[in-house]
Write a protein that binds this ligand. Structure first.
Ligand SMILES: *Cc1c(COP(=O)(O)O)cnc(C)c1O
Length: 227
């Protein structure tokens, strides 16, 4: 199957999952995760598949790919952002999905102000309390949200999670539901809309869509297995 065919099949699965949940298909944005794949694969996804939104987990891959590809593409950073990479990341990535401390949010805000940028950000939540992962504990995101919302150079759009690996995609459903419930509580407490929920990958994006995902991050189902 070609990248374009994989994109078409993935979009059909998203639309069907959204319909099962009574949601319009266009409520979900497919973020095509191109990490480890070359710029040419991204170009094929864009030209043959009409895909415009891409995700990378390393700033260095953004440095390599973003400048050689059309300006019209939208890039999401979906991996941890170290403080010494912020200045390089912000001109490349319009979205930073992985903010997981007030300190890092303040650093991004300061650099964004210097560069006259206002990145869209998501707060990454460690919803399954998985030791191995980055991300906020749910109680800490509650404590930090108000000061982050007050930072002038950040456009806070919602929450992101990478749930713990479960034995079946269906077992992951409760983590997706928990992220949605946390978002609903935070929105009610702060009055911020927090419209975006980034959750779901190749193995479980349909369940994430059923539970309210607005951004799904799909790599291997589109580009193939990573080496
Ligand atoms: C690699 C990655 C994905 C995509 O994973 P696939 O299983 O290939 O779809 C999604 N989210 C994050 C944070 C990733 O690092």
């Amino acid at each position: 199957m070609s990248i374009a065919e994989n994109l078409r099949a993935t979009r059909e699965r998203i639309t069907a999952a959204a319909a099962r949940a009574g949601r319009p298909g266009d409520a979900v944005t497919l973020v095509a995760v191109s990490k480890t794949f070359p710029a040419e694969a991204v170009r094929e996804a864009f030209e043959a598949g009409g895909q415009t939104v891409f995700g990378e987990n390393k700033v260095q891959e953004g440095i390599d790919k973003v400048p050689v590809l059309p300006d019209s593409l939208e890039w999401h950073l979906i991996g941890h952002l170290q403080s010494n990479k912020i200045r390089k990341a912000l001109p490349l990535f319009g979205w930073i999905e992985t903010v997981d401390s007030l300190k890092r949010a303040e650093q991004i805000d300061r650099v964004a102000g210097e560069l006259a940028l206002r990145p869209k950000i998501l707060l990454q939540v460690n919803i399954g309390d998985d030791d191995a992962k980055f991300g906020y504990a749910p109680e800490q995101v509650r404590a930090d949200l108000a000061p982050i919302l007050a930072l002038p150079h950040l456009d806070v759009r919602g929450l992101m999670t990478i749930p713990p690996i479960e034995e079946s995609p269906e077992a992951t459903r409760r983590h997706f539901a928990a992220l949605r419930e946390l978002r609903d509580q935070l929105a009610a407490e702060t009055g911020a809309a927090l419209p975006e929920l980034s959750m779901g990958m190749s193995g479980d994006f349909e369940i994430a869509v059923e539970e309210g995902a607005t951004l799904v991050r799909v790599g291997s189902s589109i580009f193939g297995a990573r080496g």
